[in-house]
Write a protein that binds this ligand. Structure first.
Ligand SMILES: NC(=O)CC[C@H](N)C(=O)O
Length: 416
């Protein structure tokens, strides 16, 4: 339903009607973009003003329909084409050519695919204005079969989600639009996010390696629960070779790659389902291997320490969330994407099976736990995203903290 002019602008020919239907019966009407059809997922909003490509390709958004509060989306187009396609030299052994992860990658994808179930925007920019763009958002979503709806008052919708909470929804477009009762019933027949076990659906099935940039200092085993490309890139920039392991990895797999440290990635779904990863984390803590977790990884470390997790009313998603590093008092502006959180005492150290631990970060908007730190084990984690590719970069130093943990775990470090 679009035509592309010689200068790359995609213009709608006949607008195709689309409807966003929430499980509580609220309806927003608009027009289709991307693929036409039906999509179901949890309606969540993000307040990020930039970085929609990084958001859409973040595997943590699996089974979520993302609502952008930024009023215009699509103006930077789509920046695709991994450098791997252009690479002329042979790749190091174990590096998969189809994974766009490496310090040299110029594209904006955080993974190989768009993972959101659907995308809801107000004004879809028909013409990208970006010298790096290789196509349009709408064409890329259509190519990947991802349904979008434009023309929605996303700020009104966001106010509703803040009051009523994140909930199941559906986008119906083209000939899939039917009467509201039928569409609401279809939405209600889908599964919610509580209890969803999704990391296995986005994880790599085989191990791959992202080499250190320059001289290798350490080797890290990164558990791929939905890892974003920028994480191995941030590690590589610090002299770390990352072996990305499937979500099913065990402590033997970690030992087999000679890991100096273990990284637990971000990922979709309910952390209450991540029993196997919690067991692996317990083994890593027991072994005293330095550990760093991000987002889902923070929730998994929390569970391994004996803490519970719970579902937030509408979650944190955006790139301007204030968190406080309780070690230094410093406030960071950070990127968030989480619908669950760890329940932990904030008023001092607490006991765990692995010695004392403490809440290392909290969100200044709502006092939600944003990071954990073990005091007797080389392990810490954050609920926010130091690897955020669209920025901000305030929290990048946490990767250095991970390197310091590995430094102090070497025989020389232990004797220092
Ligand atoms: N980005 C993430 O890792 C999200 C973790 C988890 N799925 C949550 O929604 O809280």
């Amino acid at each position: 339903m679009t035509s592309t002019s010689p200068d790359g602008a995609t213009t709608p020919t006949t607008p195709v009607p689309a409807v966003l239907v929430l499980e509580d019966g609220r309806v927003h009407r608009g027009t289709a973009f991307g693929a036409t059809g039906t999509a179901f997922g949890e309606a969540v909003f993000t307040t990020g003003m930039t970085g929609y490509q990084e958001t859409l390709t973040d595997p943590s958004y699996r089974r979520q329909i993302v609502v952008a509060t930024a009023p215009q989306i699509g103006n930077t187009g789509w920046v695709a084409g991994s450098s791997r396609d252009r690479q002329t030299t042979a790749l190091p052994e174990g590096v998969r050519a189809d994974v766009p992860a490496g310090p040299q990658d110029p594209d904006d994808n955080e993974s190989k695919a768009i993972w959101v179930a659907g995308f809801v925007v107000r004004d879809l920019a028909p013409r990208p204005s970006n010298w790096r763009a290789t196509g349009t958002l709408s064409d890329e979503m259509a190519a990947q079969g991802v349904v979008g709806i434009a023309g929605v008052d996303t700020r009104a919708l966001t106010r509703h989600l803040r009051t009523a909470g994140a909930m199941r929804c559906g986008i119906f477009s083209g000939s899939d639009v039917t009467d509201v009762e039928t569409m609401v019933a279809a939405v209600k027949a889908t599964d919610g996010m509580a209890g969803a076990d999704l990391s296995g659906e986005v994880s790599t099935t085989e191990r791959y390696t992202v080499p250190a940039a320059g001289e290798q200092k350490f080797t890290v085993a990164a558990l791929d629960l939905g890892i974003k490309a920028n994480t191995p890139r941030m590690l590589a920039a610090r002299g770390i070779t990352t072996h990305v392991l499937p979500a099913t990895a065990t402590i033997e797999d970690v030992r087999a790659v000679g890991a100096d440290g273990v990284f637990l990635s971000n990922g979709p779904g309910d952390p209450a389902t991540a029993d196997a990863m919690v067991a692996l984390t317990a083994d890593v803590l027991e072994a005293g291997i330095p550990l760093f977790g991000i987002c889902f990884g923070n929730q998994i470390l929390g569970r391994a320490l004996g803490l519970g997790t719970y579902k937030l009313k509408f979650g944190h998603r955006g790139i301007n969330q204030p968190v406080q590093d309780r070690r230094t008092g410093q406030v960071l502006v950070s990127a968030h994407n989480h619908g669950f959180a760890v329940d932990a005492p904030r008023d001092g150290d607490f006991d765990t099976p692995y010695g004392p631990a403490r809440v290392a970060f909290t969100c200044l908007n709502d006092d939600v736990v944003e990071g954990l730190e073990c005091l007797d084990k080389p392990a810490f984690s954050v609920q926010f995203h130091p690897e955020a590719a669209a920025g901000p970069h305030d929290a990048g130093y946490l990767f250095d903290r991970f390197v310091e943990l590995m430094d102090s775990n070497t025989p020389e470090g232990k004797n220092a």
